[in-house]
Write a protein that binds this ligand. Structure first.
Ligand SMILES: *[C@@H]1O[C@H](CO)[C@@H](O)[C@H](O)[C@H]1NC(C)=O
Length: 387
């Protein structure tokens, strides 16, 4: 009796803390720009689904596990933000949704050993669960699947290079994105009632990452650490998503620790500000592989999604920071990204290409990943762009 009472009490304490955290699913204070941005993202999303989604498989033609997971997350993020139900069928039909709804799913096999992909899947399942819950529907299958995957991820942390989570189950590489995602999943998981272990994982991983040398003197995260045992910054590309996912993770950690340690937000903004200063052209995000001219470099299937992910995780950063001054600081930049996507990135069919920083002169490519990336810029600006 005593122990079940204690369990019940601690469950109450956890669920109370989860309820108290602002989960700002809707932003209604600027109705006019919200309507414009939503109209854009809704037509971009409609095109994404019409051009690429195959409801017979629950996958995107030309997609992949982690990019599909992000697209599903975005559709639900949009439905929550706009208070619409246009893609509600996707919540049951998408292939990771079907896997979550099937209790005998072999997640180890489905996830294929990629820990970063697995963490993206957790974030997607949580957003789908939020949507189901907001509509009064059961979300337990999605939450259970996310918890199962999180437990697999926790076992991927060890002391090689002093700590951190491995990029894959092959245990060859410790890199930025996997650790940033693990901080966000751990801190947000705690806010969702996952318990102290989640919080401790978030704190330990940030302490390790912040001392790992992966963030360079410019404030940008390089790809990862050397794999020859020296465990120093490998100097590889400062991909744009790595500069955004750290911010959502730190803001979730800020919220998880009582919304009092502003140092965590200031740390996030070192990297957000470096992104704006260094990874842009004319104030628009430009990946090192982006080229408006035909015959130049072309971002690969993963890289095509990175810019949008930065905007999405800035949205999550601002959701969790819940601070008017910090929102005002990034609002114009988010508006500019949306405008560039609209004017430079979008074709006549509302498909969004890979290049945002200039009108395409043949170099922008159009795939489900680039369309998803553009959708993310619209959704983020719909929520936090200027009036
Ligand atoms: C606030 O966060 C910073 C950055 O991680 C950390 O060094 C510091 O110890 C934290 N302060 C408190 C009071 O927890």
């Amino acid at each position: 009796m005593l122990s079940s009472l204690a369990l019940f009490t601690s469950y109450l304490a956890l669920s109370t803390s989860a309820v108290n955290v602002p989960r700002l699913e809707r932003r209604a204070q600027c109705a006019a720009s919200l309507t414009i941005a939503e109209a854009s993202s809704i037509s971009v999303a409609t095109t994404l689904q019409a051009h690429y989604y195959d409801s017979s498989t629950g996958q995107y033609n030309g997609g992949s596990l982690w990019t599909d997971a992000n697209a599903f997350e975005d559709l639900h993020n949009l439905m929550l933000g706009a208070d619409i139900d246009t893609w509600s069928a996707v919540s049951d039909n998408c292939f990771i949704c079907q896997a979550a709804l099937n209790p005998s799913t072999d997640w180890v096999s489905l996830l294929g050993g990629a820990n970063d992909d697995s963490l993206w899947v957790i974030l997607s399942l949580w957003k789908i669960a939020d949507y189901k819950s907001a509509r009064g529907l059961s979300n337990s299958a999605y939450l259970d699947a996310a918890a199962t995957i999180y437990n697999l991820m926790e076992a991927q942390v060890d002391d090689t290079c002093g700590g951190g989570i491995w990029w894959s189950t092959a245990h060859t590489y410790k890199n930025a994105v996997t650790n940033e995602l693990f901080i966000y999943a751990s801190a947000d998981g705690f806010l969702r009632g996952g318990g102290e272990t989640y919080l401790n994982n978030a704190i330990a991983t940030w302490n390790w990452l912040s001392n790992s040398g992966m963030r360079n003197s410019q404030g940008l995260f390089n790809d990862g650490l050397t794999q020859d045992g020296t465990c120093v910054n490998n100097g590889e590309t400062t991909w744009i998503y790595n500069q955004g996912v750290i911010a959502s993770g730190l803001a979730a950690l800020y919220a998880a620790t009582g919304s009092s340690n502003a140092t965590l937000l200031d740390q996030a903004e070192i990297t957000l500000d470096a992104t704006v200063a260094l990874l842009t052209e004319n104030d628009i995000l430009k990946e090192s592989c982006d080229d408006a001219l035909s015959g130049g470099t072309v971002c690969d299937a993963d890289q095509q999604l990175f810019k949008g992910l930065w905007t999405k995780h800035v949205q999550y950063y601002l959701d969790m920071a819940n601070d008017a001054a910090r929102t005002a600081k990034y609002s114009p930049f988010l508006g500019s990204q949306m405008s560039a996507v609209f004017h430079f990135g979008t074709d006549a069919s509302d498909d969004v290409g890979s290049v945002w920083y200039a009108p395409s002169q043949g170099g922008s490519i159009f795939t489900p990943k680039t369309s998803t990336s553009g959708l993310e810029a619209h959704i983020s600006a719909a929520k936090y762009g200027p009036c």
